[in-house]
Design a protein around this ligand. Structure first.
Ligand SMILES: Cc1ncc(COP(=O)(O)O)c(C=O)c1O
Length: 429
């Protein structure tokens, strides 16, 4: 493979003609493909259909503590659901509170509470002149949407292969009292599939924030979402690490069963120190009499324990792995060595992140659309939808079939090649 940058203007023009012909051929097929949606396929949802049968009109609907799950009661989650999600989050059962069907909702509420009522007695953020958040990039668009919604200023922190740039995080957090939080997806991150290294987690736990109400928003959405049995990433458990470092209150952990059971109909939870949970429960008693205990019971009885859940995740992996591999194979075969894009092969999670040559991402997504392939909008992985290098594109392989993914990936690489050639020709003008 010769890197495109090594090619002469004439060679590039010749190549462009050939590729344009290929592009016209696929375009003529009138395809309708989608690699934008990070959601499980129907086959994955089918895996949890047994959950629909664990409760019926004959079932004993009392939970372990003897409460009738059909009725009011039990504010912060039934014992068996707490145990299941605590094991999933690798924290003691007493350090978790069960919420409703969406962890994103819990994150939104956590920010909203901090705005209106402060954090464990601190000044409510809405009374401050300025509130800022650190945002590792590329990252999850819905995190950024929450902080943008509340008028919180977002600061980009570049991701490295071992997590966020910790030199920058340490510097900013220790200097600026207006910085109140950082969004983290620490395992199989969205979108790069990166897992924070031991050193990164240690450095997080040792942070010395200027703001007493600074919190790490540790959204471990993909904690048990491995693709392989033999190649799995390991993440140090941060709640214990923060406690060891004398910073027990500095982290909120979030998770849900959205991509374990049913997205939108799962169970979510927050894990935090005792002191944080006191503040959270205080608000919770005003907000609700309790979340859906029947759904908690359904989850606990279906999975039985964390081993049941881990077994279930292997079935998800069997469906997802060939899809990731189909995309990675095309990327490697078609773009390897050309110097017009880079990507990582994740060992888990839901995404592959692609970095095109600077200034090309928007044009690539538009080009792919011409041939009937919908990608996540370029820029979506950055705060305010603005990728300063216009380079990152998120690929979501979970929803289409492996066959569709192969064709979709071919359209994608063709689009990358054509847009990159135009960029190189522009530079040669
Ligand atoms: C990093 C991350 N956090 C949270 C969510 C949403 O989780 P939930 O369905 O629990 O709101 C997603 C979904 O894509 C995600 O990628």
């Amino acid at each position: 493979m010769v890197a495109y940058s090594e090619l002469s203007k004439e060679e590039l023009l010749k190549l462009k003609n050939e590729l344009e012909e290929q592009f016209s051929e696929v375009k003529a097929k009138g395809l309708n493909l989608d690699m934008s949606r990070g959601k499980p396929s129907a086959a994955q949802l089918d895996l949890a259909m047994g959950m629909m049968d664990v409760l019926n009109s004959k079932s004993d609907l009392k939970c372990q503590e003897g409460v009738d799950c059909r009725n009011y009661g039990v504010l912060d989650g039934i014992q068996e659901a707490k145990q299941l999600l605590a094991d999933m989050m690798e924290v003691p059962k007493d350090n978790i509170v069960i919420f409703g069907n969406s962890s994103l909702n819990v994150m939104y509420d956590t920010i909203a509470r901090s705005m209106t009522h402060g954090v464990m007695g601190s000044t409510p953020w809405c009374k401050l002149d300025k509130v800022k958040f650190l945002c590792p990039v590329p990252g999850y668009d819905r995190h950024f949407a929450i902080t943008e919604h509340f008028g919180i200023e977002m600061i980009n922190i570049p991701m490295t292969e071992s997590g966020p740039d910790m030199d920058l995080v340490e510097k900013l957090v220790s200097e600026d009292e207006a910085i109140k939080g950082i969004w983290c997806v620490p395992k199989y991150s969205n979108p790069q599939g990166i897992t924070y290294s031991d050193e990164t987690v240690h450095r997080f736990a040792k942070l010395k924030p200027a703001a007493k109400d600074f919190r790490i928003y540790w959204d471990n959405a993909y904690g048990i979402h491995h693709l392989y049995e033999d190649k799995q990433d390991y993440l140090i458990e941060i709640l214990m690490e923060c406690k060891k470092e004398g910073n027990p209150d500095m982290v909120y952990k979030f998770c849900s069963t959205s991509k374990v059971s049913f997205p939108g109909s799962g169970v979510s939870a927050i894990a935090a120190s005792d002191a944080n949970l006191v503040a959270i429960r205080k608000q919770m008693t005003i907000q609700t009499i309790g979340h859906d205990k029947l759904n908690q019971l359904r989850h606990a009885r279906f999975y039985k324990d964390i081993h049941g859940m881990v077994k279930h995740m292997k079935l998800h992996a069997d469906i997802l792995r060939p899809k990731f591999e189909a995309v990675l194979e095309v990327l490697e075969e078609e773009l390897g060595g050309l110097g017009i894009g880079s990507w990582l092969a994740p060992r888990g999670g839901y995404f592959i992140s692609f970095d095109a040559m600077e200034g090309c991402a928007k044009a690539i997504v538009a080009k792919a659309k011409e041939a009937g392939l919908v990608m996540t909008p370029a820029g979506a992985t950055f705060p305010y939808g603005k990728d300063p290098k216009d380079s990152n594109i998120r690929i979501a392989p979970s929803y289409p079939t492996p066959e569709e993914l192969k064709i979709a990936s071919e359209i994608f690489v063709l689009s990358v090649k054509l847009v990159s050639i135009d960029k190189l020709l522009e530079e040669k003008k």
